[in-house]
Write a protein that binds this ligand. Structure first.
Ligand code: ATP
Length: 282
């Protein structure tokens, strides 16, 4: 039997840093939203007890460092499963981009193995297993729009009735999430208003969402890579309804209500950046 699962990327409509925890992670408050840019995970059972990772992309670790490997390891250990799996990752989402590509691959692996081995685990149970793999994995188990807290383990799904176009612009360099968090200074954080964003998501008010897009990590990553600011400016001038860096960056996203305007923005940004995607929210 072969099982294929989609692993969609996410953007952060809001990301606020509330403090630092005793375990060294930061306490976050975020609104996350899935977009229709997705890897595909295909899983096949093996007769031996191994986890084998294969991918079309050389940017993805093809060993035990892969988040999908770790997800399979957690499930095998937790349920004492002696069978092995081959996990093929068809990579579409850019790596180290602030789009949670690796975490989404891990979440898709959890969902696929839940089906393959008929474990009948709920989303809550899968999300709990995902916590061990990475901070964004619990959210990626749910997908859609959610308010996410703690280091990522508290996921409150929100109504998902929004409809918008997203232009994603990925600069040529990647960004290491831990390197960005290391530079956070708690006394000078520019806080995001997550309550307003949550209310606007519930009320389907794209205007308020676009006006309140905010990411406390953005000034830090822009300080390391000022090109991000230039990309934001070009997208704003091209008529975006809202523009923000996603996660720890460096990908910048722009929101549009009409596809035609989004297409025009894609044309404007192509002179600055080669890796540009036009997608819908999911
Ligand atoms: P986040 O937004 O959650 O911080 P990201 O989009 O910035 O994530 P990823 O694409 O998940 O970052 O990759 C981060 C690191 O994880 C990379 O350096 C990569 O080597 C490693 N990695 C492990 N598994 C995967 C995977 N399946 N896909 C991509 N990267 C992976």
């Amino acid at each position: 039997m072969e099982i294929t699962e989609k692993a969609p990327a996410k953007i952060n409509l809001g990301l606020d840093i509330i403090g630092k925890r005793h375990d060294g992670f930061h306490e976050l408050d975020m609104i996350m939203a899935s977009v229709d840019l997705a890897d595909r995970i295909t899983i096949k059972e093996l007769d031996n007890d191994k986890i084998v990772i294969k991918s079309n992309s050389i940017s993805v670790p093809q060993n035990s460092k892969n988040h999908a490997y770790k997800a399979a390891q957690v499930i095998k250990r937790e349920f004492n499963i002696k069978k092995g799996v081959e996990i093929f990752i068809h990579k579409i989402t850019p790596v180290a981009a602030g789009l949670a590509g690796g975490s989404s691959d891990a979440a898709a692996t959890l969902r696929a193995l839940n089906t393959l081995w008929n474990l009948q685990l709920s989303k809550e149970e899968l999300a709990e297993l995902g916590e061990e793999v990475g901070s964004d994995v619990p959210y990626c188990v749910y997908g859609g729009v959610a308010r996410v807290g703690g280091r990522g383990e508290i996921v409150q799904p929100l109504p998902n009735n929004l409809s918008y176009w997203v232009v994603l612009v990925k600069p040529e360099f990647g960004v290491s999430t831990p390197a960005v968090f290391k530079k956070v200074k708690l006394d000078s954080i520019k806080h995001a208003n997550i309550d307003i964003l949550e209310e606007a998501v519930i009320n389907q008010n794209m205007d308020i969402i676009n006006k309140n897009l905010s990411n406390s990590l953005e000034p830090i990553t822009i300080n390391m890579h000022p090109e991000i600011l230039k990309i934001k400016e070009v997208l704003s001038e091209a008529g975006a309804d809202g523009v923000l860096m996603s996660g720890s960056g460096p990908t910048v996203f722009a929101i549009f209500d009409k596809k035609s305007r989004a297409e025009r923005a894609v044309n404007s940004i192509k002179g600055f950046c080669k890796e540009v995607y036009l997608v819908r929210n999911l």
